[in-house]
Design a protein around this ligand. Sequence first.
Ligand code: DC
Length: 222
Amino acid sequence: MIMIITIDGPAAAGKGTLAKNLSQKYNYAYFDTGMVYRAVGLEMYLQGKDLSDQDSALKIAQNLTFEHMHELAQNPDFRSALGGKNASIVSAYPEVRAALLKMQQDFATAPVFADGTPAQGVIYDGRDTGTVVCPHADVKFFITASAEVRAERRYKEFLQKGMKADYEEVLAEVKARDERDANRATAPMKPAADAIIFDTSNLNINEVTEKACEVIDEKQKR
Ligand code: DC
């Protein structure tokens, strides 16, 4: 049986790092679901479409393939602040979300690593993976931290990548993104009823990973 683990939470809470640590430790495939929305947002931008043009966003979502998503991921704007903002805007369109759902769910039926090797489990990271994408996941985590702590982490990440950044701007963007992601009508970001919640404001990533592993190991014993 394929083990499904979901990690949801706001931007820069540490979901990606936790997901990568867990996928290494358990040898499970990893699906960063923010990529599907980043791909649609970036394609809108590259095609010169207005982000409010929901029909164009829907067409792009309907035609999105894994291959094209990975090609788009090579573009510097895929991971930039602009890329995150555009992703958050298009992700609020219910039809866009519906069009991208199957692609995300199908991954769990036959998860694979980047080189195509099959995996015995999958780690999802996103905003609604425990609530909508995989409501029947075996283990669900919700990772959060204060907006200030998350902005500080994102700010340092941008500087490390050699990108220009201003802390106050990053903080404002983190807060604006939280607001959009948590208050949209369809699949708003929220912990699943059965999610285990970690606040990483005062925990480092190794401590979070250790706690998550305890939960997973316990689940696997049963
Ligand atoms: O995790 P991220 O920063 O790459 O996500 C970019 C945006 O995509 C995020 O602001 C909201 C949206 N998103 C979503 O709505 N549902 C998901 N499962 C993942 C991301």
